[in-house]
Design a binder for this molecule. Sequence first.
Ligand code: GLC
Length: 431
Amino acid sequence: MSEHLDAKAVEVLNTNDRGGYTVPTARLYPYQWNWDSAFVALGYGAFDRVRAWTELEYLLEGQWGGGMVPSILFRHNDPDYFPGPSVWQTQSSGQSVPPMPSTGISQPPVLASVMRELVASGDDYDLERAAQMIDQVAGWHEWFQRDRSIDGVVATVHPWETGRDNCPDWEIGLRGMEVDKSLEPYQRKDTEHADPRQRPRQDQYDKFITLVKFARERDWDQRLFSDESPFLMADPGIHFILLRANRDLLELAEQVGNTAAVEKLKPLIATAEQASQQFWDEQLGAFTARNMRTGEFSGGVSNASFLCFYADIGTAAQRQSMMEHFERIQKSVQFLMPSWDPAAEGFDSQRYWCGPVWPQMNYLISQGLAEQGYSQHAQRVKQDLSQLIQQSGFRECFDPLSGEGCLGTEFSWTAAIWLAWASPNKQELAA
Ligand code: GLC
C-alpha cells in the first residue's frame, strides 16, 4: 500500500513539474508558490537531489532588489487565475524592481530550514549548493526585519502573506478595515475550481483585493506598506518559522565559513527571541496572532500556535499550557492538528484555514514537538497525517473530524511531505 503511494507521490510531483519549478496543483494554483516550493524540494530530495536544489534556485530567481522573496512568481500569464500579474502590477513599482512579474508580498520563510534539512541528509554536493544560496536567503531574512517589522516584531500586511489565508486569526485585523469603494469589479476564479463552501468568503476576498490595491497605489514601497497598511497583524506562523530559519541558516553559514552571514544573522535571532513574548496571550494561555494596531489578540489557538516548540520558545509554564491546549484539542477531533481550535468562534472543519489539517503544518509541528521531548505527541501528529493521506489521497488539506480530503487534488506539498516524512517507507527511500 505505502509502496504504491510512494510511487504515486513521485508521479504527482512529476506531473506538477513545469520544468524547474512545480505548481502546487494543476488548475487552482498554476504558478510557483514560495513555501510550497520549499516543501516540494524536500519531496524531490527523496529521489532527485539535483531537482530539489533547482526548485529552490528558481524560487530565488524572483527575489526583489530589496531582499523580499515573493509569495507567487508569475512566469507566464494564466487567465484561469485571479488575481494575476495585471492586478498586482509589481513590475511598475518604483523602488526595487522585481526581476519578473510577482506578487508584492512574501510567505513564511521555511526555505533556510529546508536547505539545512537537505544538507543534513545529503553530502558535499548539497552543502555546495546551499553555500551558494546563503547570502540571498540572509538578505530575505533581513528584509523581514527591515521592511516588515514594528518594534522588533515582524508584522504582516496581508493574510495571504501568512500562507494561512482566511484563518479566523485575521478577523480582528480585517474587521477594522473598509473595502475600497473604487475597487474595480472582478471575477474570482478559485470558486470555479473548488467548492465555494471550502474557500474564503466574498467579504474577505474584497478586503484581500483592497489591500493589493492599497500597496499598488503606493508603488509597492514595502516599508510604507507596513507603516500605513489598514491591516497589520503579527503572525506566530511567520514569526516562529523565521526565527527557526535564522538559526538554521546561521548553522549553515558557520558550516561553510560565511562569517559575513553569521554576523548578520546573530542580531536577527536575538531580536526575534525577545519579540516572542509579544505573542503570548496570558488570558488564553497560548501564543496567538495579534493586531499590531490595537494590541488585541486573536482569541483562538491555531496550528501556527504550536510552532513555538519548533522555534524553541516559551517558559516551562507556557509550554505546559500549550500542551494542555494540545490535549484538549486532541479530544475534540479525530485527526490532528486542526488549523483552528474547534472550541473557538469561526471553526469550520472543511473551510480552508478555519479547521482543516494541513500536511506541511503537521510536519513542522511534529518536528518541534519531537525536538522538545514530546515524542508521543509528535508521533501522533505524524501518524494522523500519514493515515489521512492513506485514506483520502494527496489532497490539499483534510477535515479533522471526518478525515475527508478537501480542496485541491494531486497536491504537490502533500506528495512531498509524504515522500520526505510521512511515508512508512521514508527511511528506505531516502537511503
Ligand atoms: C493557498 C494557501 C497557501 C499556499 C497556496 C498554494 O493560498 O493558503 O498557504 O501557499 O494556496 O498552495
